[in-house]
Structures are given as structure tokens and as C-alpha cells.
Design a protein around this ligand. Structure first.
Ligand code: AGP
Length: 624
């Protein structure tokens, strides 16, 4: 997830762009830049590998005299490590067409190969650069280069070139494009990434979200997928990628800019819980079909002979990432690949158990967790190859690992991990299916079934989020409890652990996640009258056993809040029910975790805790 901004009007463009990028830094902050056109059609381009403050200093050291249209970008790297070369804006070969982009261009490799064959010279490792050279190629194809005359005569050519390029790109993109030969126009295109237009007086704005320009105007148009905006200082026109005119009525935003950074949510954690459909969608994007392995091979270069020959997988991680690893074990072993999971901090004594015949998978949102990095080094010393699953390009873990599979969840600001967790689980499914196809432990038809069901999950998460108000009521009612118990079986046992961790870390109350089948071996003694027990009881091969465990808890006076689907609801006798959509048992953690995240959030809200910055905790634990 990155932040883009564009400005065209009479004010000092660099001040507006830099201020807007500061307000977008929560969307990504590993590098940034601006590009502006001066009236002489010269392009002014400044980029840094670092934060917006560094960009501001660079601009101050070499200010632009007078500018017209300008665009800016603050990056959360998805393709190409954080560096000045990979920082946006990106220019074409002529140095006159410039693009900033948020999203993932799925077909960038094939476009890049085609464009390089046509003579284009790429300067970065990013997917975005394919877009700017594609626009250049379209302009050439429209035979515009070399034409005389001022920008206005070229504007229709610029529009048609960007329209054709946008229609050819696949994946997700919100992009703004400027061309030095057309200094009075910014073109903006939206496909599966947010893009809004700010309407001012004698000035207009383009941005990833309203926080970038809210101090200048509250009149906003939220663009739709498949649309192109022609932004001038006194007018904005909207068109579909097919060139048809589109109509938009502006809305007036009531948020202040702080609320806008949180998308109108009270906390980043709640916003990020609601971003989970996108986290799963972007992590799955372009990776599941075709299942013959060439997609992931090309992306992570994991040698197929390694996949076929390993005798097992060793997963190491901490905290929530460890819980994702536990889900991963059920998934890998479902396809016959023996898997161990260890806390990274407890791995030292077992490092000698891994070797060249075991693939080590390190899971870490930040890619900077000291325990995980230390454990990775020990696994490497034992001869094991390392595959990292991380959300952060350029992180230490990516440099220690032999192979990397990124979750594309965007920056996770809340200390309590939510969207990164669900992205990690989604990555586990992608890997497990890919490995099973390569190792021949799954029929193609079954692989497609799993893939097709996985692709439905983002919409099902949205349905699960519909239950927010009911969950808030339940959470509020039990928020005074001093102890909480979470129980589940099989692939949802890690979700019980995760639910307990969530409520511990943001509400500061005691909570325990337990294998439901283990309760009778001692822990059931802790249950007291009205103790809240959250039980994951969705349709599964062990539902009757879970039903029995719920009865046992109720018999001791517990208030059982059951996470069910519409079928299992009929077979469970609980005090309260939270219903999630039904999916395959093996995919259910992607849905059952959502109400537990919301439950923890609303208990913490009722207790007035500092939800985004809980006491004693850090977003990334970089000490052992
Ligand atoms: C989870 O909500 C916590 N913030 C914590 O357990 C976290 O998952 C753990 O520290 C691992 O962080 P990482 O994924 O960045 O390695």
C-alpha cells in the first residue's frame, strides 16, 4: 500500500505535495518523491530513499521556481527493495512522461519483456515502471512525438495513450500521470486501489485518500474502478477505460485529517481489521492460477527440485506470526508434508534437527523480529534453506532468507497484528497448494477447488465484518470480566490462541487459548460462574466433540460465546452465537479469526485502553 498525490492549481505545488505526502505516510514510508512540470515544460524530479522530511530538505536545497502540474508518492515497497532508483515517481525513456502508482501490476513482467524488446530502457526493479513505458509506447503508437504546437493540441493524444495503457494493465493500480508536453493536465486512473479527487477553487487534487488534501478542500469525488480522470486546474472530467464519459456528484467530507488517516475509524486496529478482505485479495492476487507452479516459481524462484525433495517443513515465528505458522502446519500436513512449528525464541535447542532436507519457513510481518532473525541464522547454519513470509520489503529477514513470499497487506500501524496475520495465513495456503501441486500430492481438480474457494474468502470476510455491531454488544457486556477462555479444535486451535493473545495485548486482562479437547485434563477447573468462554464451533469433522466441550464448560457455569456458521449453529447450545459465513473446514481460520479480533477490540474499547499503542509493547520487537 502506498500513497499518491497530485496537484494542479496556482499555489506553490511543492508545499502542497510534501504536506500531502506527510499525511499519507501511514500508507508507506520507505521512500518518496515528487515530479513537477514548470511552464517551460521542463521536468523537476526529486526522490529519496527515506521519509518525507528528507524529501522536504532535498527540495529546499534545490527549489523549483514556478510549477504547474505536480505528482508525489510515498512508498510501501512490493516489488523492488526500498531505494532511490525504486522510489516513485518513475519516468519513461524520454524523461517527460512520469507516473506514481499504488497497487500491484500483475502483468508487469510480460509487459516489461515486450517493452524492452521494443527498445525501452528500464531503470528500476518496480512493477510501476512498466506502466510509464507503456504510456510512452502508446504515445509513440499514436505517432505524437515530434509534433509541434503547445500542450493543448497534444492533450487528446495524452488522454488516449493513458486510456489505452490503463486498459492493458492487469492487477490493482491507482496511478497519476503527467507529461511535460501537457503541463496543464494530470491524468488519474483507478483499478482495485483507492483514488479520490479533491475539488478546489481554481485548483484540483488527486490522492489515495482524502487526508492528503482535506485542509484545502472537503469536496470530493471517489472514483470507481475502471475510470480515468482528466484533472485540470478549473475542471475535472471522468471517463471509463473504454472512453465513455462517466458522471460523478461530489460529496463533502465531514472528517478532520486525523480521522481521515484512519479512514474514519476510531483506531488503526479497527481500520486494519476492515482492510482484511484486501489483504487476502492482494496476497492471493496472481498467485493461484494457473496452478502448474510457474506463477510462484517465477516470483520466489524456489527450485522445484527442492520442493519435491524436502522431507519436511520447519516453521519459526513469534507471537501472532507463530499462530499463523500453527495454521500453516495443519494446511501443509493436509497435503502430506510433515511440518513442525516452533517459537523462534525456543528454536535454538532444535536447530540441529533441521538440515538440507528440511525447508525452514520464517514468518514475520516486520521482518525485523530479533528472535526470528536469530533462529533463521541457526537454521541456515544447520544447512536448511530459508523461505521468508513477510510484509516488509527490504527488511532484515528478506536479506537473510534464500527465498521470499510477500504478503501484500500494506503497512500495519496498530501494534496488535490483524491484517498481516490473515495475510500470513493466506500465504500459507498459497504455498501449501503450490507445494502439493509440485509434489503431486493433490489432484489438479482438488487444487482448483481449493483455489476457487480461497478466491471467495475476501467477500466472505466482508460478510463476517457485517457482524461488528452484534459482536460489540457481546464484548461490551462481558468487558468487566477478569478472565477469558478461548477454546477450539484442530485447525482452529491456533485461532483460539490468537483470540486470547489479541485480548491480552490490548485489554491487559488474563486470557487463555486452549485445545478444547484438553480442557478435561485440568484447565476446566478454572471455569467459574459467568466466565466468558469463546468457542470456535464452525462446521468441521470434530464439531460434535466441540459441542461436548461447550456443554462441559456450560455445566460449570461458563457463559459460552460460540463462533458458528449457519449449519453448525443448529448443533451447538451456547449462551451467545456469533455467525460467520461457511467455507471449507481447512479455510475456516480466515473467517473465524475476524469475530475474535473484533471481540478483543471492543472489550479494549469498553475498558478505554490505548488500543493502537498498548502499554509495554512495540510493533516490532528488535531485541531478544
Ligand atoms: C501480535 O499482535 C503482536 N504484535 C506480536 O505478537 C507480533 O505478532 C510478534 O511480535 C511478531 O512480530 P513480527 O510478525 O513482526 O515478527
Amino acid at each position: 500500500m502506498c500513497g499518491i498525490i497530485g496537484y494542479i492549481g496556482g499555489k506553490k505545488s511543492t508545499d502542497i505535495l510534501v504536506d500531502g505526502l506527510r499525511r499519507l505516510e501511514y500508507r508507506g514510508y520507505d521512500s518518496c518523491g515528487v515530479a513537477l512540470i514548470d511552464p517551460g515544460q521542463a521536468l523537476y524530479l526529486k526522490r529519496v530513499s527515506g521519509r518525507v522530511d528528507a524529501l522536504d530538505k532535498l527540495i529546499a536545497s534545490d527549489p523549483i521556481k514556478k510549477s504547474a502540474a505536480g505528482i508525489g508518492h510515498t512508498r510501501w515497497a512490493t516489488h523492488g527493495v526500498p531505494s532511490e532508483d525504486n522510489a516513485h515517481p518513475h519516468t519513461d525513456c524520454s524523461g517527460q512522461v512520469v507516473v506514481v502508482h499504488n497497487g500491484i501490476i500483475e502483468n508487469y513482467l510480460e509487459l516489461k519483456e515486450k517493452l524492452e524488446k521494443a527498445g525501452h530502457r528500464f531503470k528500476s526493479e518496480t512493477d510501476t515502471e512498466a506502466a510509464v513505458h507503456l504510456v510512452e509506447e502508446k504515445i509513440k503508437a499514436l505517432n505524437a512525438t515530434g509534433r509541434s504546437g503547445d500542450g493543448d493540441q497534444l492533450e487528446p493524444v495524452f488522454f488516449e495513450a493513458v486510456r489505452r495503457a490503463a486498459a492493458e494493465l492487469k492487477g490493482s493500480f491507482a496511478m497519476a500521470v503527467i507529461w511535460a508536453k501537457c503541463p496543464n493536465m494530470i491524468l488519474a486512473a483507478r483499478q482495485h486501489s483507492p483514488l479520490v479527487i479533491g475539488l478546489g477553487n481554481g485548483e484540483n487534487f488527486v490522492a489515495s485518500d482524502v487526508s492528503a488534501f482535506l485542509k484545502h478542500t472537503k469536496r470530493t469525488v471517489f472514483m470507481n474502478d475502471g475510470e480515468l480522470a482528466v484533472v485540470k486546474k478549473d475542471s475535472v472530467g471522468y471517463f471509463t477505460f473504454q472512453g465513455k464519459k462517466a458522471e460523478h456528484d461530489p460529496v463533502t467530507i465531514q472528517w478532520d485529517s486525523t480521522m481521515a488517516e484512519k479512514g474514519g475509524y476510531k483506531h488503526f486496529m479497527l481500520k486494519e481489521i476492515h482492510e482484511q478482505p484486501g489483504s487476502v485479495e492482494n496476497t492471493l492476487r496472481g498467485r493461484l492460477l494457473p496452478l502448474k507452479g510457474d506463477v510462484l516459481q517465477r516470483e520466489i524462484n524456489l527450485p522445484s527440485e527442492l520442493i519435491k525433495s524436502v522431507k519436511g517443513v520447519q516453521i519459526i515465528a513469534c507471537g501472532t506470526a507463530y499462530h499463523a505458522g500453527l495454521v500453516g502446519r495443519y494446511v501443509f500436513e493436509n497435503f502430506g508434508l510433515q511440518t513442525s512449528v516452533d517459537f523462534a525464541s525456543e528454536f535454538s535447542d532444535r536447530a540441529r534437527m533441521v538440515g538440507a532436507d528440511v525447508l525452514t519457513i520464517a514468518v514475520s510481518q516486520s521482518g525485523e523480529t530479533a528472535d526470528t532473525i536469530y533462529a533463521v541464522r541457526e537454521a541456515k547454519a544447520s544447512g536448511s534453506k530459508i523461505l521468508a513470509i513477510t510484509n516488509t520489503l527490504g527488511s532484515t529477514l528478506t536479506r537473510e532468507a534464500d527465498f521470499v513470499l510477500y504478503t501484500h497487506c500494506g503497512p500495519e500501524i496498530g501494534v496488535a497484528s490483524t491484517k498481516a496475520f490473515i495475510g500470513q495465513i493466506a500465504a500459507m495456503y498459497v504455498l501449501a497448494i503450490h507445494f502439493a501441486v509440485m509434489r503431486g500430492t493433490i489432484f489438479d481438480a482438488d487444487a482448483r477447488t481449493y483455489a476457487n474457494e480461497l478466491l471467495k474468502i475476501p467477500r466472505l470476510i466482508e460478510d463476517a465484518l457485517e457482524g461488528e455491531k452484534a459482536i460489540a454488544r457481546v464484548a461490551d457486556r462481558v468487558s468487566g470480566s477478569e478472565h477469558f477462555l478461548f477454546i477450539a479444535r484442530h485447525i482452529n486451535f491456533p485461532i483460539a490462541l490468537e483470540g486470547a493473545l489479541k485480548i491480552k495485548e490490548i485489554s491487559y486482562v488474563h486470557a487463555e487459548g486452549y485445545a478444547a479437547g484438553e480442557m478435561k485434563h485440568g484447565p476446566i477447573a478454572i471455569i467459574y460462574k459467568n466466565m466468558p468462554v469463546l468457542a470456535v464451533a464452525t462446521t468441521s469433522s470434530v464439531l460434535d466433540l466441540v459441542a461436548g466441550n461447550i456443554e462441559e464448560a456450560k455445566a460449570r457455569g461458563a457463559e459460552v460465546i460460540a463462533i458458528v456458521d449457519e449449519d453448525s449453529r443448529k448443533r451447538i447450545k451456547a449462551s451467545q452465537y456469533i455467525v460467520v459465513p461457511k467455507t471449507l473446514e481447512i479455510l475456516s481460520p480466515l473467517l473465524t479469526v475476524v469475530p475474535l479480533q473484533l471481540f478483543a477490540y471492543f472489550v479494549a474499547l469498553a475498558k478505554k485502553c490505548d488500543i493502537d499503542k498498548p502499554r509495554n509493547l512495540a510493533k516490532s520487537v528488535t531485541v531478544r
